[in-house]
Design a protein around this ligand. Structure first.
Ligand code: G6P
Length: 368
């Protein structure tokens, strides 16, 4: 990895486009493509023996952890306690010393995440670090280090580190499912085959969605507020979409669980606030579409991010529909990260903000 922008205007743009390659590196470390199996990771946590898992992190890394919770619970039937590190460290969470804890951090130096790690260590938990920097404090103080192998990330807004964190968490959750007997060898094989498709699918998406995203970004750059909705693993992704947009374009954005629409944000719906709905054609699709209908019935404008099946199944009129390839549920969060990153990026470019160094933000927060 060269630390220059290459042919790109910003590091963020370059890092978005590096994702197929970065994910290939991460996959190569965790997955055996010949055997279609996850590799046993050295110094690993024995997921078969732990009664539960704690996860803590900040910012984008926390949202990767939230996707990870869905995976550990679904594939490994492992209950996950998760919180942002600034709350986790002070909540006085009763922790089981037989459990394990995962700390996710690109830099490996975030002060609150490190403090949460130390809290878990004091309570006797086995500690795992999902980090981009193996020489970092968080890596050094952990029992097991799970590198994300994303290469240096310079843009303050995290992109390739997020999708590599997701990739590692998916591999760990599948490995945990295998160890706990909640996934069969056939399940593992199928899931690994889907993971292996990611670099190719991502490259295809990056090559094709740019024009439609740029057009949409022009409209978004005129908005004051944007709402993102998603269900299941698309819910953390909705929050990540909102976080990316507010970080670099300074447009106010909120990410909500689609089912919570009627418990608050529906009051805000009008023609001035676009609603970005992240809805692959998965087992939640019909429910999310019914939330979209509630938005449409109140004159809300919808930006629909879905796949070919989803686009065909929904009869709703939208402001725009971004159609991604039909992919398995396990890789949808990584694939759907691309349009939300590009949308935030191009909106910020239209607004003329300092994309790589947004105001008031730091790449690594080493103070509380
Ligand atoms: C800062 C960065 C975010 C990042 C968060 C956690 O707020 O601006 O992009 O997600 O810290 O950083 P870490 O290095 O622990 O992943």
């Amino acid at each position: 990895y060269l630390i220059d922008k290459g042919n790109h205007r910003h590091f963020m743009e370059k890092e978005i486009h590096e994702q197929p390659e970065a994910i290939s590196h991460a996959l190569g470390h965790y997955v055996d493509f010949l055997e279609h199996a996850v590799r046993p990771v050295a110094g690993s946590i024995d997921f078969a023996k732990v009664p539960s898992l704690a996860i803590s992190a900040c910012g984008t890394a926390y949202l990767a952890g939230l996707v990870g919770k869905y995976w550990f619970e679904r594939y490994a039937r492992l209950p996950v306690e998760i919180d942002v590190a600034s709350e986790f460290r002070y909540r006085e969470i009763p922790l089981n010393p037989e459990s394990a804890a995962l700390f996710i951090s690109q830099s490996g130096e975030t002060a609150d995440t490190l403090a949460s790690l130390r809290y878990c260590k004091e309570h006797g938990l086995k500690i795992g670090a999902v980090v981009n920097t193996r020489e970092s404090s968080i890596a050094r103080e952990s029992d097991a280090v799970f590198p994300i192998l994303a290469g240096p990330e310079i843009g303050v807004a995290s992109t390739k580190a997020f999708t590599c964190q997701l990739t590692v968490l998916a591999a760990l959750a599948i490995g945990a499912g295998k160890a706990r007997g909640t996934l069969t060898a056939a399940d593992e094989k199928a899931l690994v085959r889907h993971l292996a498709e990611m670099p190719r699918v991502m490259a295809g998406v990056l090559n094709t969605i740019q024009p439609s995203i740029e057009q949409l970004a022009r409209d978004l750059s005129k908005c004051k507020d944007v709402l993102y909705l998603g269900r299941g693993t698309s819910y953390p992704l909705a929050m990540e979409g909102a976080l990316k947009l507010k970080e670099i374009s300074y447009i106010h954005a909120e990410g909500y669980a689609a089912g919570e629409l009627k418990h608050g944000p529906i009051a805000l719906i009008d023609e001035n606030m676009p609603v970005i709905v992240i809805a692959p054609h998965d087992r939640f699709f019909e429910k999310t579409v019914s939330n979209m209908q509630e938005v449409a019935a109140r004159g809300g404008r919808i930006i629909f991010i879905t796949d070919a099946k989803g686009a065909a199944a929904s009869k709703l009129e939208t402001m725009a529909t971004i159609v991604l390839p039909d992919v398995d549920e396990v890789i949808a969060p990584m694939i759907y990260s691309l349009p939300i990153q590009l949308l935030a990026y191009h909106t910020a470019v239209f607004m003329g903000t300092d994309v790589d160094q947004p105001r008031n933000l730091a790449k690594s927060v080493t103070v509380e």
